[in-house]
Design a protein around this ligand. Structure first.
Ligand code: MSP
Length: 502
């Protein structure tokens, strides 16, 4: 099966921060999971470059918009590379391959009568170069929410997309395919807003020769940045070699950009007669130390902070923290230092790390190699864990999957206490029982390496090395109990998650 997963493409004028890194890391985990299932995976991320702000920021630096975008896109790419993100491509909307396709799509929409030249009139914030809705303008007493200067009533010729035509079709989509927007609460929000009625939307702004993609056949206009950006998901795979990936299986986003993905995007695709993505999953937000992250507070969990965690605790610990504590679902999550430390200490160092370390150390000390077993005391629990892990992962419930793994680790640690291998080792009559205990523990450790591989790939490799088994990435078939070869010799056994001094 093919599996195509995307992240939003990030505004190139921002510096990468925890928000971008979170969505991309989560997408990476699902991509790795599907590769493990043997799927033909395509995982896409990239940068959204044609915002007018880019021109302003570039000018301040004495650069062209393209030079500025090149620099910042490189920063995103470098960040994702350092964080071990396994994306298959990185799309930049200023690339020719994208621009060409977007023009083609807009031409098609025009030919089908879904794009027309109309006039837009509204309250314009000249400083921000954007129109405000009537209600927002009123709320701010017809002054710019940013600069406080009076808004101007402005009329502009724009190309419009006939969104209104698709109101019924969108309603049906959300009703008949309840999984199209997840979680449910987000789907309800979208349905309520559609029920209020859909107006046609401008898809261009005036500006000959400006930074952006010209409207085909009318170079006085450039395509509105959001329309340009949404098309990335299609443009990247709209080639003979990659067309098998369309439609996308999951567009992973946060709730801030749900409307564009759940309404505008499927409507554009309907208008183009293209198959629709299977799912838009909108997660919630990270806040930082109990507070919303914002430019004015300057409290973003930025790259510097993130690098600090990676160098102190390791990349896998960061990935585990994001995956197990992150806002997949309806609640926001707090990125708090104390919480990070607690998760590291309790779940990684004490539970998982300790289980692996003591299991392998005892295997080494008492047997030196994996013994044959006659009974398998942890087998049923392990099989349950694998089954619920899989069900959760297939439903994008990463936290649930890790909870299943965590409960199994707790159970296995209890089993160590109950069976007390150090006592069995002193009784020759208990040799068979000790073999069973050591095999069950070592086999559990092996299974943990397989299921944890998407989340913590380098720890999974270390576990395999310590266990003395093949260094290839796990495959789903390896989650069957009993795969550990008798006679395998553990390598050097060292703590995977050592104590971190703070
Ligand atoms: N360029 C548009 C998206 C176009 S997609 C066709 C954009 N870019 S953005 O740089 O602002 O990125 C928004 C996305 O970043 C969110 O949807 C989410 O994936 C991620 N996050 C940004 N801040 C976040 C948090 N505080 N918490 C979690 N994720 C957040 O919008």
């Amino acid at each position: 099966m093919k599996f195509y997963i995307t992240t939003p493409i990030y505004y190139v004028n921002d510096r990468p921060h925890i928000g971008h890194i979170y969505t991309t890391t989560i997408a990476d985990i699902f991509a790795r999971y599907h590769r493990m299932l043997g799927d033909d995976v395509f995982f896409l991320t990239g940068t959204d470059e044609h915002a007018t702000k880019v021109v302003v920021a570039a000018a301040e630096q004495g650069l062209t918009a393209q030079e500025w975008a090149d620099r910042n896109a490189a920063a995103f790419q470098e960040t994702f590379r350092k964080l071990g993100i396994s994306n298959d491509d990185f799309i930049r909307t200023s690339q020719e391959r994208h621009k060409r396709k977007v023009q083609q799509y807009v031409r098609e929409l025009m030919a089908r009568g879904d794009v027309y030249l109309g006039e837009y009139e509204g309250w314009y914030d000249a400083g921000q170069e954007e129109y405000l809705t009537e209600s927002k303008a009123k709320e701010y007493e017809y002054k710019s929410p940013i600069s406080g200067r009076p808004l101007v009533r402005k009329r502009e010729k724009n190309y419009f997309f006939r969104l209104s035509r698709y109101e019924g079709a969108l309603q049906r989509l959300l009703e008949e395919q309840p999984d199209f927007v997840r979680p449910d609460i987000r789907r309800n929000e979208v349905m309520q807003r559609i029920a209020e009625g859909l107006n046609d939307v401008p898809i261009s702004r005036l500006g000959a020769g400006e930074w952006g993609i010209p409207v085909p056949g009318d170079e006085q206009h450039v395509i509105y940045v959001w329309i340009d950006a949404l098309f990335n998901y299609l443009s990247t795979v709209d080639t003979p070699e990659r067309e098998r990936y369309w439609p996308a299986d999951v567009h992973l986003i946060a709730k801030d950009i749900l409307w564009f993905h759940a309404v505008i995007w499927p409507a554009l695709l309907m208008a183009l007669g293209r198959p629709l993505p299977r799912q838009v999953y909108a997660h919630s937000f990270w806040i930082a130390e109990g507070q919303k992250m914002s430019k004015s507070l300057g409290n973003f969990v930025d790259l510097e902070k993130i690098d600090g965690y990676v160098s102190r605790y390791g990349l896998d610990a960061l990935r585990f923290f994001l995956a197990s504590q992150g806002p997949l679902g309806i609640n926001d999550s707090d990125f708090a230092d104390a919480k990070f430390r607690e998760v590291y200490e309790a779940q990684l160092k004490n539970d998982l790390g300790n289980l692996i370390n003591r299991s392998l150390a005892m295997l080494q000390r008492y047997r030196g190699a994996v013994p044959a077993a006659t009974s398998h005391p942890l087998r049923a629990e392990a099989e349950n864990m694998v089954a619920s892990y899989r069900a959760c992962m297939d439903g994008l419930d990463l936290t649930g999957a890790l909870r299943a793994v965590g409960s199994f680790v707790t159970r296995a640690n209890q089993f160590v206490e109950e069976s007390a291998p150090w006592k069995l080792a002193r009784e020759t009559a208990e040799a068979g029982r000790l073999d069973d205990v050591l095999y069950s523990l070592a086999e559990s450790v092996r299974l943990l390496a397989v299921v944890l591989e998407p989340v913590m790939p380098s720890s999974a490799a270390k576990i395999r090395a310590q266990l003395g088994i093949a260094q290839r990435p796990g495959a789903w078939a390896e989650t069957s109990w009993g795969g550990l070869p008798v006679g395998a010799k553990p390598g050097e056994v060292t703590p995977l998650f050592p104590k971190v001094e703070t």
